[in-house]
Structure formats: C-alpha cells, structure tokens
Design a binder for this molecule. Structure first.
Ligand SMILES: Cc1ncc(C[n+]2csc(CCOP(=O)(O)OP(=O)(O)O)c2C)c(N)n1
Ligand SMILES: [Mg+2]
Length: 556
C-alpha cells in the first residue's frame, strides 16, 4: 500500500525542507487542507486575499533563497494571485504555487470554478503543469521545485485536481536533486573583460538582483576596488551590494536619469543585473555611444537582448568577478594600478560629499511641519539597529531619503516588490518569518498598502513581530509626478483626477487597530520619535502611520 495522493504532497514538501504553506483555501483544496492536519510540522499561514500569501511567500523565498510554497483556490484564486506572480516572475522569486482543480471525472463538463489553469498561468511563470494521475504527484512536484530553484529562479504553478488527491502513489518520496549550478565564465572572455578594465579611463560596474542568490557582493566589491570603478545598482529589488562601500554611488533612476548616470563612462560592466535598464517611461538606449558595454550574467535572455553590446558572457557573477580579478592582477601595469587608485579616491571623495549634503538636507528639513520624508527616514535610521531588514522604501516620498540615509551592510537587508502594488505589507511578514532573528521594518505607503490591507490581520493572527512605518502622503504621488512629466512644458494644468485621496482619509493606523495591532497615527513632528521607538521596541506587530508632506516639487 502506497501513500494517499494528499499525503504524498505533504511528504514531498517535507522532503524539500518546507516549513510554511502560505495560502487561501476553497472547496477544491479540501483534501489538501485535510492532509495538513496530519502534518503539523507544516505551518499553514492564512491570508484573506491571495495577494497576501503570494507576497508573503515571495518575501520568504527571497530571504531564504529557496522555493516557498503557496496554495490557492482554482480559477478565481489563481486569478487573484497573478498580480503577485507577475512580481515574482519579474523578481526571479522561486515560488511553487499549487492550485486546486476540479474533479477530473467531470472537468470537461466545465463545472463551477473550473478553467484551464495551466494555460491561464503559463505566460507569467517559468513552468505550469497539471497532475493527470495520482502517481505523478512526486514527479510533478520535484519538477516544480527544480524549475523554480534553477537560475534564473522564478514562479511555477501546479494544478492539482481534487479527486487525484485521494488517489494512490506507489513511489517512494525523494527530495529534489538540484542541478549543481556554478558556472565559471569562459577564460577568453574573462581575459577580454580584464583588458577592457585595464584600459578604461572611467569604468562603471552595475549590480543587480542576480548577484544576491550567488552571494557575489564581496567578489564584485574586490573587483571594483582593484579596477577603480564606480558601482551603481541597475534595476534592483533586493540587497546586492553594501551601500556603505566607498565606491557605491546608489541606484540608477528607473524613472529617468539613467542616461545621465551612464554618461562619461567608457566601460560599463553589468554583473548579474538581469536587465539593468528597466524604465517606466520611454527612454532611448542610455548607453554612451563610445562605451564598451559588457554583461556577465546567469540569464542569457537578459544579455544583449535590447541594445548593442561588446561582450555578453554566461557566468555566475561572484565566480566571474574572482576570475576577472585574477586576470586583471596579471595585466594591470604599475601605472594602471596608480590610476585606478586615484580614481577610487576621487569616487570616495564624491560619495563623502554626497553624504554630507544629505545630512545637511536632513538638518534643514528636520523641523518642517507637515513632517518631511527626510525627517521620517532620519528617525527610522536613528532607532533601527544595524542588522535591520527593510521591506519597501516608502514609495516615491521615501525612496530618495532611503537611498541617502539608510546604510545596509549585510546580505538579506532589503526587499521590494515589483510594479504590481501590494507587496510590501505582506512581504514584510514573509521576510520576518524567514529571518526571525533580525528586526524587519516594512517601509509602507498608504496607496500600495490598500491593495493588501488584509495582511494586517495575518500579522496579528500569527503575532509576527514586524514593524511598519507608513509614509502617508495621502495621494498617488507617483501618478501626480508622472502627470507633470506627461504634460511637460505645455500650458495645460492638471487637477490630478483620482490621485489625491482627500476625505475620507486613508488611515492605516485605524485599519491596524481594528485587528488589535499596536498602531499610532502621527501628524505632529514632536510625537514622531517616541512613536517609532515604541513601535520598534514592541514585541509583536506594530505600526506607525505618519502623515508626511506630500507635495511633489520634484518630478523625475
Ligand atoms: C495592481 C496595480 N494597480 C495599479 C497600479 C498603478 N499605480 C502605480 S503607482 C500607483 C500609486 C501608488 O501610490 P502610493 O503607494 O501611495 O505611493 P506614492 O506614489 O504616493 O509614494 C498606482 C495606483 C499598479 N502599479 N499596480
Ligand atoms: Mg501615497
């Protein structure tokens, strides 16, 4: 006698080292939910809309660097889940999304809630499949875990017809054997990259999210130091590089300004960036025309797919940096070494000046009323320990202060969603479950939070001790900025339809208090420090909703 299908599912999860199942159940998941009773080692975390478990799982998976499991309910469940699946695909998050399907005995009669779940999910996932026979359960799940975890990582969907959950599996459960995935770059290509860096006048290294899963930061930092390179983050949704590194300038602007950041560089080396130029509004090729543009990555699709490129090389960014260092050490002349050290000194002097300017701005903004986003971020910085993990950056209001004031020195210190709203609030909870020994601070904004506000219930329900700080600018500020940009120099003025919340106010503290969370709304700058200290010190979930100056004087 083998295992019952539903038990095989749970056994496979245990074999993969799964601890949490994030989900929202329905009638086609009853066998799945029933089996959970027999496996108390698997902790089910309930979210009251699919955005919540998906975003939690996304944060959890990226913080553990392993696939996380989600279970959602047939056609409507997967439909609601897809905005976060989209983020997971764009962020290369390894997710195994399981979804209940109708009973195969009458699936073709188009029963209630049924749909072609595989075809529906397919365009936005790495792989989607449906179990056709109970005996296939271990094979299909092993494939799901393998595909989700293989670089570039990403979400997969497994449709599980409910009658097959009670079928029989006669195969022993074995954990997925993951592909050994250390790819050293081609030696000839390494030599060419080292020569380009040795000859460069003003080289730039771009970092990105394919560095983090490969722990590439120390190696890429050592390469930047040897070659005398500025370092900037391309598109990034997690911690890839120590922000206090003396050569690290900050991220390229995704709202424009990329061309300006790249201007004057004669060599640009993208290391594990995925697509480093992921803009919101049209911009032409930002790479200077006389520049040698090189890309080293684990994802061939993202290399050289848009703009002309001198060299694209398949390789793990950390391993590649080590190999390039070895080659450069051989090639670099004493004069070249001196030049690279002089460049490094000049970059560090610029960064020191930028930091001083940021502190001066913080001083100027400190007593502003309404509270300035700089002041709020300054307060967050002052009360958070150095091992804090940040989720989100407080939207358009918080982003610039975050980049100017917050230093993150160790891996796994930052996560953000992608362009689908709703990630940061539940994502914070997933990251906190993954990193229970570190303080996790969700830097929310009110508009985004309303897409997954039910997550506050989950935080209280499971007593997940994350701290939330809301940058509440009472508006869809980014859209106002976009409108200003869109109208440009034209005479026409906009009254920003549907972009100012006005009355009734979006009060996130009140939303949290409904579920009994310790939460406070702050409008007076004098109350800010005490409120944030109290929230960070609280042994359980807590929230400070801060009404900030929402003016949009800067546009991109
Ligand atoms: C699911 C989804 N719906 C709508 C949008 C469009 N959208 C992008 S940003 C934005 C407003 C965000 O406002 P908020 O979170 O308050 O941040 P702020 O710009 O004010 O800093 C909207 C509605 C989106 N990106 N995703
Ligand atoms: Mg807002």
């Amino acid at each position: 006698m083998g295992l019952i299908g539903k038990h095989a599912v749970m056994e496979q999860f245990l074999a993969e080292g799964i601890e949490y199942v994030f989900g929202n159940p329905g009638s086609t998941e009853l066998a799945f939910m029933d089996a959970l009773q027999d496996y108390p080692q698997l902790k089910y975390v309930l979210g009251l809309h699919e955005t919540v478990p998906l975003a939690m799982a996304d944060g959890y998976a990226r913080a553990t660097h392993k696939p996380a499991v989600v279970n959602v309910h047939i056609a409507p469940g997967i439909a609601n889940a897809m905005s976060m699946v989209y983020n997971a695909k764009r962020n290369n998050t390894p997710l195994v999304v399981t979804v209940g399907q109708q009973d195969t005995r009458f699936l073709l009669t188009e029963p209630m809630l049924s749909a072609d779940l595989v075809r529906f999910a397919q365009p936005w996932v790495k792989w989607a499949g449906e179990i056709l026979s109970a005996k296939d359960i271990p094979m299909v799940l092993r494939r799901a875990f393998k595909v989700a975890a293989e670089p570039p990582q990403g979400p997969v969907v497994v449709s599980m017809p409910q009658d097959l959950m009670d079928g029989e599996v006669d195969e022993a459960i074995t954990p997925t054997t993951h592909t050994v995935w250390t790819v050293r770059p081609d030696a000839g290509a390494v030599e060419r990259i080292a020569r380009a860096l040795a000859d460069a006048r003003n080289p730039l290294i771009l970092t990105g999210d394919n560095m983090a899963p490969h722990y590439a930061a120390p190696h890429v930092a050592a390469l930047a130091e040897l070659a005398g390179c500025e370092v900037m983050q391309g598109t990034g949704r997690q911690w890839n590089f120590p922000t206090n590194h003396p050569l690290y300038l900050g991220p390229l602007g995704f709202l424009g300004g990329t061309k300006e950041s790249l201007a004057g560089h004669d060599v640009i080396l993208a290391m594990g960036t995925g697509n480093p130029f992921n803009a919101l509004f049209y911009e032409p090729n930002p790479i200077p025309s006389d520049c040698t543009y090189i890309h080293v990555d684990i994802d061939p699709w993202e290399m050289g797919k848009n703009y002309p490129i001198a060299l694209s090389v398949l390789g793990e960014p950390g391993a590649a940096a080590r190999d390039i260092i070895a080659a450069l050490e051989r090639i670099q002349t004493p004069a070249g070494r001196t030049a690279s050290q002089e460049r490094s000194r000049a970059i560090t002097a610029r960064i020191t000046k930028m930091r001083e300017d940021a502190e001066a701005q913080l001083k100027t903004d400190w007593d502003a009323n309404p509270i300035s986003p700089m002041r709020l971020m300054g307060e967050v910085r002052d009360v958070t320990p150095s091992d804090a993990v940040f989720v989100g950056a407080g939207g358009t209001s918080g982003r610039e202060p975050f980049q100017k004031l917050i230093q993150m020195t160790q891996p796994n210190s930052y996560y953000d969603g992608n362009a689908s709203l709703g990630f940061p609030l539940p994502g914070t909870l997933g990251v906190q479950l993954a990193l229970p020994d570190r303080p996790v601070i969700g830097l929310l904004r009110e508009g985004d939070s309303m897409y997954s506000i039910q997550g506050l219930w989950t935080a209280v329900k499971y007593n997940i001790p994350a701290t939330y700080v809301v940058f509440n600018n009472a508006s869809y500020r980014i859209l106002k900025q976009g409108m200003v940009r869109y109208l440009g120099a034209s005479e026409r003025k906009s009254d920003f339809p549907a972009m100012n919340f006005g009355e009734p106010k979006i009060n996130i503290a009140a939303q949290a208090q409904v579920w009994g969370m310790q939460a406070e709304r702050v409008e007076d700058p004098a109350d800010l420090r005490g409120a944030i200290r109290k929230a960070v010190a609280h042994n359980g979930p807590s929230l400070v909703d801060v009404v900030i100056d929402g003016s949009y004087r800067h546009h991109f």
